[in-house]
Design a protein around this ligand. Structure first.
Ligand code: DGT
Ligand code: CA
Ligand code: CA
Ligand code: ZN
Length: 574
């Protein structure tokens, strides 16, 4: 197991122990160790081997043993037992905003609540409001939270789907009888949330391959199993559909199972217009099947350019492909650096230097540091003195990097309830750039919230708006806000809007980004990294940008890295 997987196991253990009502110090030790693992300065295997893992703060002797066991065997008996003993519905309750382990434990003990359905029933009956420490307002919030989660059904975040799907896909590809294989469906289209995972492969003996796949250790339950398809449940109850086809059918099946359904229907319509018929196995004309070796040939047979999966939502992609006018979508390789990262100065796990080295290791030429501002107390927001100390350290580090890399001085500055910023102007002028975000007072009216954000978007000291809507995917809707009004303000003032690449946020979303760009707003892809690993979330931001039809020219953090200092300065000057 790698460090981030182990971190997730440990933090889940911390939470399960909290649900059990364990001693808070013991629970916190697990969360602290998990956080330490997320921000390791070197490879976990190396640190175990050379003994330096023992010196990491937050990892005591017993925790060290558990980590080594997880790293070598991938299992921890204690974790498995805790999982077995916790009613699975209780864990789902953690998704309800405002419900922590303590409150859930109380609800479990007092009202025997063990699932979202129990929670909704008890909230509707008014019995939760009557409990000590809850009240009418909390009960109303719980009802709202449950309704939102239920409306999402069993969908999962794309990041979770990636974690589950990648070992399965690797196993499929490793099977000697498999010729080609790919994940399809919403996962290949890089949607925000995933209903189930679809895996397609080609083989001369699909039945034998499927027999091997349903026996994989990742498979918890087999739901259906035939000669060309199987449905299984993976860990965490997520469903995975496996399909095998003959290699000559593969391009057609790949296209069909990638979807979306609306795109498929429109494509099939186009085939019919041209006297062809298309299904998941073949394209057929009057004289017989039209062979295609890959999707590019399939699209070409329909008079279309290759349509990248991220665009296959029936949002105009077929017309654009027919006219040869698809945009050249941005790729991860176009990003030359990024902004909005946190360090241990506020609530990040790593030092400035560790973040800088991690950025360099990922091929970035600059990294913007944007720790929290002073009002964000819960997140270790920086007092003015600390900001100045951080600037000195950044200067010192920059002197050691030479021309090849540069740290920029930024801040994730809170937008106060009245729309003003959390630092005085003279301090703000000392930063290379300012990310303005909302972290408090989420419950203003729609008009007040819109006014607050419009004011920030018109502020000449703001460079970019951070996670504009404040949503947390599958957990909480954004605050009440007229997004279009803020986008209009940003277009007028030339303020950029962030694509927050954290898979829990993806904020702005693709549809809004596409509209914002059409109004002339420049987008910027930021990982909101709280540890070195968080920089890898940039991939999710790129997916949002691609789903928004953006090219490299539509995104600020592209282009030669050595120009970025000048470009930032020009913005600050103007
Ligand atoms: P999900 O799983 O809800 O996140 O979304 P998808 O898009 O992965 O949907 P899924 O797994 O039900 O089906 C995979 C693909 O198969 C879907 O994107 C398009 C294709 N497909 C499924 N059902 C139909 C259908 O009734 N008609 C057509 N044309 N295509 C379908
Ligand atoms: Ca699916
Ligand atoms: Ca499916
Ligand atoms: Zn933030």
């Amino acid at each position: 197991m790698d460090a981030s997987r182990i971190a997730r196991v440990l933090s889940e253990m911390g939470t399960l122990l909290e649900l059990k009502g364990e001693n808070p110090f013991r629970c916190r030790a697990y969360h602290a160790a998990a956080q330490a693992l997320e921000g390791l300065p070197a490879d976990l295997g190396v640190m175990i081997a050379d003994g330096s893992l023992k010196d990491v703060s937050g990892i005591g002797e017993t925790m060290h043993k558990k980590i080594v066991q997880l790293a070598t065997t991938g299992r921890l008996a204690e974790h498995e037992e805790l999982r077995r003993k916790t009613p699975p519905g209780l864990i789902a309750l953690l998704r309800v905003p405002g419900l922590g382990p303590k409150k859930i434990k109380l609800l479990h003990e007092e009202l025997a609540i063990e699932s979202l359905a129990d929670l909704r029933r008890e909230a509707e009956s008014g019995r939760i409001a009557a409990l000590k420490g809850f009240g009418v307002k909390t009960e109303a919030k719980i009802k709202e939270g449950v309704a939102y989660i239920e409306s999402m059904g069993d969908r999962i975040l794309i990041s979770q789907a990636d974690r589950l799907a990648s070992p399965v896909l690797a196993a499929v590809r490793a099977h000697p009888a498999v010729i080609r294989a790919e994940t399809c469906g919403s996962l290949r289209r890089r949607a925000e949330t995933i209903g189930d995972i679809d895996v397609l492969f080609s083989s001369t003996e699909p039945a034998a391959v499927l027999d091997a796949l349903v026996a994989l250790p990742q498979v918890a339950t087999v739901l259906a199993h035939g000669p060309t398809r199987a449905s299984v449940r993976l860990a965490d109850g997520v469903q995975c559909d496996l399909r095998g086809v003959d290699d000559s059918q593969y391009p057609f099946a790949l296209h069909y199972f990638t979807g979306s359904k609306a795109h498929n229907i429109a494509i099939r319509g186009r085939a019919i217009e041209r006297g062809l018929s298309l299904n998941e196995y073949a394209l057929t004309g009057e004289t017989g099947p039209v062979p295609c070796r890959d999707e590019t040939e399939l699209f070409a047979a329909l008079g279309l350019e290759f349509i990248p999966p991220e665009l296959r939502e029936h949002h105009g992609e077929i017309e654009a492909a027919a006219a040869g006018k698809l945009p050249r979508l941005i790729t991860r390789a176009d990003l030359t650096g990024t902004f909005h990262c946190h360090t241990h100065y506020s609530d990040g796990a790593n030092t400035l230097e560790e973040m800088a080295l991690a950025a360099q290791a990922r091929g970035l030429g600059y990294l913007g540091i944007a720790d929290h501002s002073r009002s964000a107390r819960y997140a270790g927001g920086l007092e003015i003195d600390r900001v100045r100390e951080q600037w000195l350290e950044i200067d010192r580090l920059n002197a050691t990097f030479g021309d090849s890399f540069r740290l920029f001085k930024g801040t994730e500055c809170d937008i106060l309830p009245d729309g003003s910023l959390d630092y005085p102007d003279d301090l703000l002028d000392g930063f290379d750039y300012v990310v303005a975000s909302v972290h408090s007072h989420f419950h203003l009216s729609r008009d007040q919230m819109t006014e607050r954000l419009v004011k920030a978007a018109m502020n000449p000291r703001v460079t970019m708006m951070g996670h504009l809507t404040g949503r947390l995917i599958l957990a909480r809707e954004g605050y009440a806000l007229d997004v279009a009004a803020v986008v209009d303000a940003a277009a007028r003032s030339g303020v950029m809007i962030e694509i927050n690449a954290n898979p829990h946020r993806l904020d702005l979303d693709a549809a809004e980004c596409r509209r914002a760009r059409a109004k002339g707003v420049m987008l910027v892809i930021n990982p909101d990294a709280h540890a070195t690993d968080g920089l890898d979330d940039l991939d999710y931001g790129v997916s949002v940008a691609r789903r928004a039809w953006l090219t490299a020219a539509d995104v600020w953090n592209t282009g030669p890295p050595q120009d970025m200092a000048k470009r930032l300065a020009a913005r600050r000057g103007g």
